[in-house]
Design a protein around this ligand. Structure first.
Ligand SMILES: [Zn+2]
Length: 176
């Protein structure tokens, strides 16, 4: 049983704290395996209306988000587990316009970070979001940890237009 302790006040109104309620959660009865056998890698940007841009609802896809929609080791781990244990077969990589990680001056962002925390870290910046998405699709196709890669597509969302542009797919690359 969960311990009975008071949550910090800033959480009130932000999250649905457990309370006595007869409301049935939307997730009740849904399979853990995404209904559309789909995993989506996209950026953490708060302006991406993912459920509008990609026709997915609760229980239909794995959503993996990070700064820049970058294929980090942890994203590879998640995509691998998504396929190996939860039956997904299709991957969408979605970058977006005006991404904070798209920069012609990566050193400026690096210095901003070092200036505040005093240590260097890998930021995953890129100079062109279309190239970045294309490269990510290629790297997924080449990853030995991701076994199913004949349905991988790369897209860029235009946040001003509310639309997506197709960039590339696994068929552009030789599947290993
Ligand atoms: Zn972004």
């Amino acid at each position: 049983m969960a311990p009975q302790i008071e949550a910090p006040t800033w959480l009130e109104g932000l999250i649905r704290l457990k309370k006595d309620s007869l409301e049935i959660p939307k997730s009740k009865g849904l399979s853990r395996n995404p209904k559309k056998s789909l995993a989506v890698l996209t950026c953490m940007d708060s302006r991406i209306d993912l459920e509008y841009l990609v026709d997915i609802g609760l229980g239909e896809a794995h959503i993996i988000r990070n700064a820049g929609a970058i294929l980090t080791q942890d994203v590879i781990r998640s995509l691998s587990l998504s396929q190996l244990t939860m039956g997904t077969t299709h991957i969408i990589v979605m970058g977006h316009t005006t991404c904070g990680l798209e920069t012609k001056e990566p050193n400026r962002l690096k210095e901003l970070v070092i200036g505040q925390i005093g240590i260097e870290m890998e930021l995953g910046t890129f100079s062109n979001v279309f190239d970045s998405v294309r490269e990510t699709v290629k790297n997924i196709v080449e990853s030995p940890y991701i076994p199913i890669k004949d349905h991988v597509a790369g897209l860029v969302a235009d946040l001003e237009q509310g639309s997506v542009t197709y960039v590339s797919s696994s068929s552009d690359f030789e599947i290993l």
